[in-house]
Design a protein around this ligand. Sequence first.
Ligand code: IPE
Ligand code: IPE
Ligand code: MG
Length: 277
Amino acid sequence: MGKIKNKLKSIGKRVIIDFYRFLDNSGVLKIYEKILEEAIDKDNLPKHVAIIMDGNRRAAEIYGKDRYYGHYLGAEKVREVLRWARDLGINVVTLYAFSTENFRRPKEEVDKLMELFEKKFYEIADDEEIHRYEVRVRAIGRINLLPKNVQKAIKYAEERTKNYNKFFVNIAIAYGGQQEIIDAVKKIAEKVKRGEIEPEDIDKELIDKHLYTANLPFPNPDLIIRTSGEERISNFLIWQSSYSELYFCDIYWPLFRRVDFLRAVRDYQRRQRRFGK
Ligand code: IPE
Ligand code: IPE
Ligand code: MG
């Protein structure tokens, strides 16, 4: 019985995918994109958009493929989304690619993801558009927990783009928000121990300065998008998101479309941000 139910579920999802594809081909989405673009106020864009790219494995399931295919499609999506953000005029994008908790996944899956990350960092570093638009690429997280070959690829991408400052792309990898705060607290405690600062000097600004996001022009995301229908933060930028607008959408990350992105921005603009005022 369970098997039949699952089969029906998967057929149902396939129908949705086919419908999306039909929409794509029919040009309806292009018209919708235009409408959304018109509706977006270019003077009131979120300066920093962060995305929790979730749903790779569930997307693969729809296609009847293994989880690695889902991760592959998810990684392919990144280039497109960066282009949409850049074209709109959003200067800082942070993408959640791999959490500290994701190390708990089966070794084979983690290994495959690491292979993918290595390849993608080299690809990004050599991407013609990254250089044409002067995009600074950085990885944030406990980079030392990653395999050496991935660390090397990250270094390569960071080195090649270190003089750019028009756009900023941060890849959160081996990243955990709680771990980031722990790391900041340790650095601050060391300074106290060395007598460089007093405990009384510890304030919000000092903590900000010790986070991985310290050197960004806009460290706190104005808008956080999470795909796949899950509505939680999953240890992402927990300090920096204290006043972020949150946008959740049901679509799985590999299927994320430009209309979904534009809708998130339009939705953001419809909200009234208060910051406690
Ligand atoms: C997000 O997709 C990618 C990573 C966390 C590495 P998932 O792999 O979490 O896919 P789902 O959410 O299980 O579908
Ligand atoms: C969050 O997704 C991490 C990334 C997207 C990299 P997860 O799939 O790991 O999060 P949970 O387990 O659903 O909270
Ligand atoms: Mg997930």
